[in-house]
Design a protein around this ligand. Structure first.
Ligand code: SAM
Length: 467
């Protein structure tokens, strides 16, 4: 990596109250006693730095329910070579795709970056969500563009910046606020088409040719065969270990990445009930299931806190369900999302972050009731706080004596974090993906698989058995 570039790429920007809160989490008494103040502070600072950067590898889940992994790897290699030939580079295209050494349906690709890219005088600004997608290999889609040069025409080269705080007015011609450079691209549309008021433009607005972080764009690439998914999210499906013929509940399912993985692991035999509270997100689950040729998924719009009913009902296909209806339940909980990468800025208040644990507990209570005796419950989040992770586990174990923590397979992440009063044995059974523990700006020497396992988004998984 180029350290010169790293210095211009800021740490995640958070509200001071949120930074203070997170610092107290990472420098809690138990951690300080175990590793000392210097190491605890260094981990916290590394966390802030790595959150704003994308992981150093891209993970795709392969549809091994449809074809062998090696066949999918070879097809993907072909497709990505074609994509590279269409790009600006005259060099012989090279694509490195490696199977994960332990996870049988994962392919890994290295991310090259941050690269030394020269900025141009023409500046185009995109919203923060679009900027994060560009850092993970996407092109710029027209709806994400908020400002462009006044006379920009299709074919012009532009430098693309991400508006960190959402301050840029849509349709502006320049923006002096807090922004970060994410690479150079070629406009595919005139400015007038991008900001047309009657028919808002869709599709690629800027094709990235010289991104700060280079990784393939998977847009439209073998859609039925590969699914872009963070490695810890793939681990969740394997930890749940659904079996053919079982009935599984995915309580917070949209857009359905894990739902589809569960159905695929079951060979599409059995039933996967997917719930989500937001109506249009249910369409995404159905679309994903259709694209991946999965028939066993049934998706419903429903508030999962109310998914269990004590009323004697006839065997219903949809929610609410009688207690003990499912062999396995996944609660991939709504959370503060503070493990997501890259995340260059969050405008969330501490109140918003602290609103999640009570909702997670309500969902958890429903999950325990809906699970059969002898069934498995997996709880996961993509955040790094104790209150949404280890403290929820401590609460669950004391509230539901029928639950016991179970070992996880695979266990690739680190163990649970100190600070919630859990015993060393309990912490060892938890899986926390902690990029700050391994993240080094200069470590490009580690193998692709090693980097993929450690340089991940921040994530948490707990597995329970109901007896
Ligand atoms: N499991 C999903 C996947 O892998 O694609 C991601 C789930 S995301 C972390 C959390 C989801 O919970 C959101 O889609 C949100 O709409 C949904 N949600 C929030 N509150 C809910 C509730 N009370 N009942 C059902 N879904 C809820």
């Amino acid at each position: 990596m180029h350290l010169g570039e790293m210095s211009v790429f800021p740490k995640i920007s958070l509200k001071p109250e949120v930074t203070g809160y997170l610092r107290n989490v990472f420098l809690n008494k138990e951690v300080l006693a175990a590793v000392g103040p210097q190491e605890a502070e260094s981990r916290f600072q590394k966390l802030l730095a790595c959150l704003s950067h994308p992981p150093s590898s891209t993970c795709v889940r392969a549809s091994t329910h449809l074809a062998p992994l090696e066949d999918i790897r070879l097809s993907l290699e072909e497709e990505l070579k074609k994509q590279q030939k269409c790009g600006s580079s005259a060099e012989e295209p090279s694509v490195q795709i490696a199977p994960h050494p332990r996870i049988t349906d994962v392919l890994l690709l290295p991310v090259d970056g941050p690269r030394a890219v020269e900025r141009l005088s023409s500046e185009l600004v995109v919203d923060a969500q679009c900027g994060s997608a560009v850092l993970r290999g996407a092109h710029v889609f027209a709806p994400g563009i908020v400002a462009s040069p006044k006379y920009m025409k299709a074919g012009d080269m532009v430098s693309v910046f991400s508006d960190l705080e959402g301050r840029c007015t849509r349709g502006a011609t320049r923006f002096q606020g807090n922004k970060v450079f994410v690479g150079n691209g070629v406009a595919e549309m005139d400015r007038s088409a991008i900001f047309a008021t009657e028919t808002p433009a869709r599709g690629v607005g800027v094709r990235m040719v010289d991104p700060l972080y280079k990784s393939p764009s998977f847009d439209g690439v073998l859609p039925s065969m590969v699914f872009l998914q963070n490695l810890p999210s793939v681990v969740v499906g394997h930890v749940l270990a659904p079996q053919p013929g079982e009935r599984i509940l995915d309580m917070c399912a949209a857009p359905g990445g894990k739902t589809c993985h569960i159905a695929a692991l079951m060979g599409d035999k059995g039933e996967v009930v997917a719930l989500d509270r937001i109506r249009n997100k249910i369409d995404r689950i159905r679309q994903n299931a259709q694209t991946l040729s999965l028939q066993s998924i049934k998706a419903f719009r429903f508030n999962s806190t109310q998914a269990v009913s004590d009323e004697p009902t006839q065997e219903a296909e949809g929610p609410p369900f009688p207690p003990e209806s499912f062999d396995r339940v996944l609660l991939d909980a709504p959370c503060s999302g503070l493990g997501q990468r890259p995340n260059m800025a969050s405008t969330w208040s501490l109140k918003e972050i602290c609103s999640y644990p009570p909702l997670q507990r309500k969902l958890f209570q429903a999950a325990v009731r809906l699970l059969k005796k002898g069934g498995v419950l997996v709880y996961s989040t993509c955040t790094v706080t104790l209150s949404e992770n280890e403290e929820q586990v401590a609460w669950a174990l004391s509230t539901f004596p029928c639950l016991s923590l179970q070992p996880q397979e695979p266990h690739i992440g680190s163990e649970g974090m100190l600070g919630a009063g859990l015993s060393p044995e309990q912490l060892r059974l938890l899986q926390r993906f902690s990029p700050e523990l391994s993240w080094e700006q200069t470590d490009t020497t580690a193998s692709l698989a090693r980097r993929a396992d450690t340089d991940t988004i921040g994530f948490f998984i707990a597995k329970f058995l109901k007896t």
